[in-house]
Design a protein around this ligand. Structure first.
Ligand code: DGJ
Length: 692
């Protein structure tokens, strides 16, 4: 057969069957205009790596795919059995007739954004169930002579901690477990530069992300004998699954995007892709959110909330979000020991219930949002008293509590109905609620479900993610006008699979502005700032003007008690909200330019990023001085998006003073000279607003 080439943007992946029908991958890389197709030249297909190696085809490396048949056989020889191409979707069918098994290697191209989506579908017709031990979403082989990997390790309050390093010979892995908050161990995003480190605008880079809401394993394998070949193996973890005849096992989907010119074009592609194909209402700007958590924790009542609403409205917030602590009647949520599962307003704190709060918010000109953690239960709750069997647990094992709570078993249909029914009841009972923060604060231990037979308990790791997505999809479908924030002890869920039902993500509980700037910087390589909720808090007694300036480069909001603000702090917060309203279409929907990376050699404590809307000839540039430096120098910041033939009116503003410096600059001079950097003191910020 002839080779199958699947092209997207300026990259392509191609396959061809060898003499025995095994699928080989010829290449996965950028194509140059002079070399429009990937072909194998004079070499036979056998000279190329297996595309989706099954156990038996090659036992010298971990398989993409491994199973035990119903009769115990393990060897699998899938052969090319067909290729279908319809619209943007390609399906390469591999079959092992002896095992009555098909494996479809599936690819979808997104030509407008230059993104390739890849996954596998596995099905069999054996007389009994087979057990899958491995089933990768994708296992491409790259030609990577000097590979550099940028990965984002995580922990609570330390999400998106970037590590960039050469990939050593051997196996490097990015992995997470726990099924609920995998993003607290590792972000499912990476970038790989096959020819050595790339910059924002130079070098070849491949971005990858596994869209899965449970544990993941991404491995990067270089063999001693062939160090220029890099196998990237991407899939869920654990992957074991008992699969009945006739049922299709669909792996998580993997997303890829290539760039020949550094990470900036990748960012632009991925932002467009996430807005159009992942998040909800991706073309709409988001409100300024005022959250209560850091200000009150569990200590509030109607009167305090109403005072905060008045303060929030005065600051310029648009959405009042009531966080944890509002529910529980018999087991009131006075702290984190009780109440989860009992989603009735606590009458002691909120005598007029949720409608009393939505109407108060309305009086203050604010929309109203509410926190829920619907997948969890405290043993101290009416729900647990009535349904102790509804939790993930194993017989005769203690139910280990974390944050005094247990995980509800979403594999049970009654539990899924309970969760969707609860959200229906909350939203129908107080129609003024137009935003939900959906939280999840522990992982799964004792992974057992009464819903699954004894020989299928291992399926829980996969089924629980699918069941959760089913519930989230139902909520998004029934409540299309309710905005949803995705949260799991901070950024425990930041995957492109779960985000499909949401508008934004709470990136981290760490809101120290300098740390947050670095996290936002890294996350914004993949996620548009509109998705990245950033709230100004009193974390560490920080300077609020600086914290506002950092939060304004993402989806801006507050999480503090307005009653505690000094006059200067209040003025800075109000000014931030006013300016944010002016520039938020740029920040949330514009093209992002990361200009001076925090901690980059030669940055002298500076960091800068900008958002440009070329059609509107408008841009906003954020400058941050993270550490004192740059004293008396003539440092500048580049303005690479400037159009040569335009003259820009530039307003230089800060949040600490009403004064503005207004200048006019020709695009050509901005391009060649940049803009003069005015900051020297630690934790100070400046904004430039450009009109062409
Ligand atoms: C963890 C979240 O990350 C916080 O923002 C807050 O909502 C708490 N949970 C509430 O319990």
């Amino acid at each position: 057969m002839t080779a199958i080439e699947i092209a997207v943007g300026d990259a392509a992946i191609s396959f061809e069957a060898d003499r025995v029908g095994a699928l080989r991958q010829l290449g996965f890389r950028l194509r140059t205009p002079e070399e429009p197709r990937i072909d194998r030249g004079p070499f036979p297909p056998e000279a190329f790596p297996l595309a989706y190696p099954a156990w038996g085809q090659d036992v010298s490396q971990p398989p993409a795919f491994r199973l035990s048949s119903h009769d115990g056989r393990q060897t699998c020889y899938p052969e090319l059995a067909g290729y279908e191409h319809s619209g943007d979707e390609h399906r390469i069918r591999l079959a092992d007739e002896q095992l009555a098994l098909t494996v479809d290697v599936c690819l979808r191209v997104h030509p407008a954004e230059g993104v390739l989506e890849q996954w596998a579908e596995i099905r069999h017709d054996q007389p009994g169930a087979v057990t899958l031990h491995a089933a990768a979403a994708a296992t491409p082989m790259l030609h990577a002579p000097t590979p550099w990997l940028t990965r984002f390790d995580s922990d609570w309050a330390a999400e998106w901690s970037a590590v960039a390093a050469p990939v050593p010979v051997g196996t490097t892995t990015i992995q997470s477990l726990g099924a609920v908050r995998p993003g607290l161990q590792a972000c499912p995003f990476f970038s790989l530069a096959p020819d050595g480190p790339a910059t924002e605008d130079t070098g070849t880079v491949l971005a990858g992300s596994l869209a899965w809401g449970g544990g993941i394993r991404l491995s990067f394998e270089r063999r001693i004998a062939q160090p220029a070949q890099l196998r990237v193996r991407c899939g869920q973890q654990p992957a074991s699954y008992v699969l009945d005849p006739g049922v299709v096992f669909v792996t998580p989907h993997m997303f890829w995007a290539w760039s020949a010119d550094g990470t900036r074009p990748l960012t632009h592609r991925l932002h467009r892709f996430v807005r159009r194909h992942v998040i909800r209402d991706g073309q709409r700007v988001r409100p300024i959110v005022f959250n209560t958590w850091e200000a009150t924790f569990f200590a509030f009542d109607q009167a305090r909330l109403e005072r905060m609403m008045a303060g929030a409205a005065h600051l310029g917030a648009e959405m009042f979000l009531l966080d944890d602590g509002w529910f529980g009647t018999e087991f009131p949520r006075a702290d984190d020991h009780a109440g989860l599962g009992d989603w009735e307003a606590d009458p002691a704190k909120l005598p007029a219930g949720l409608p009393g709060l939505t109407s108060a918010a309305d009086r203050h000109g604010l929309r109203f949002g509410l926190w829920v953690e619907p997948e969890m239960v405290n043993p101290a709750s009416q729900l647990y008293r009535s349904h102790p069997d509804w939790v993930v647990s194993e017989p005769a094992r203690p139910r280990r509590e974390e944050r005094h709570q247990l995980v509800l078993d979403l594999c049970r249909p009654q539990v899924r109905e309970f969760v969707t029914g609860t959200i229906d009841r909350i939203l129908a009972g107080a129609p003024g609620i137009s935003y939900l923060k959906w939280d999840a604060n522990r992982d799964i231990s004792e992974p057992g479900s009464d819903e699954l037979p004894a020989d299928r308990q291992q399926n829980l790791w996969t089924d629980t993610v699918r069941a959760r997505w089913q519930v989230m999809a139902a909520v998004a479908d029934r409540w299309p006008d309710t905005e949803l924030m995705l949260c799991a002890s901070g950024g425990g869920r930041t995957d492109l699979g779960t985000l499909r039902w949401f508008h934004e993500v709470w990136l981290s509980d760490n809101t120290d502005a300098a740390t947050r700037l670095r996290m936002q910087w890294h996350a914004s390589q993949f996620l548009p700032p509109q998705v990245i909720a950033a709230h100004v808090t009193r974390w560490g007694g920080q300077d609020l003007a600086f914290a506002c300036a950092v939060a304004m480069s993402a989806r801006f909001g507050f999480d503090l008690d307005p009653a505690t603000l000094s006059p200067d702090e209040r003025a800075a917060c109000r000014r931030a909200a006013t300016i944010y309203r002016e520039v938020r279409d740029l920040v949330q929907l514009g093209d992002e330019f990361r200009l001076i990376a925090p901690d980059a050699p030669g940055s002298e404590g500076r960091a800068a990023l900008a958002f440009n809307a070329p059609a509107a000839r408008r841009a906003v540039l954020f400058g941050y001085q993270l550490a004192a430096g740059n004293g008396g120098s003539t440092a500048t910041c580049p303005v690479p998006w400037a159009a040569e033939d335009l003259v820009y009116r530039i307003r230089q503003v800060t949040l600490t003073s009403e004064d503005e410096i207004v200048t006019e600059r020709a695009g050509a001079s901005l391009l060649s000279e940049g803009i003069t950097w005015p900051l020297t003191a630690e934790r100070t910020a400046v904004l430039w607003l450009f009109n062409g």
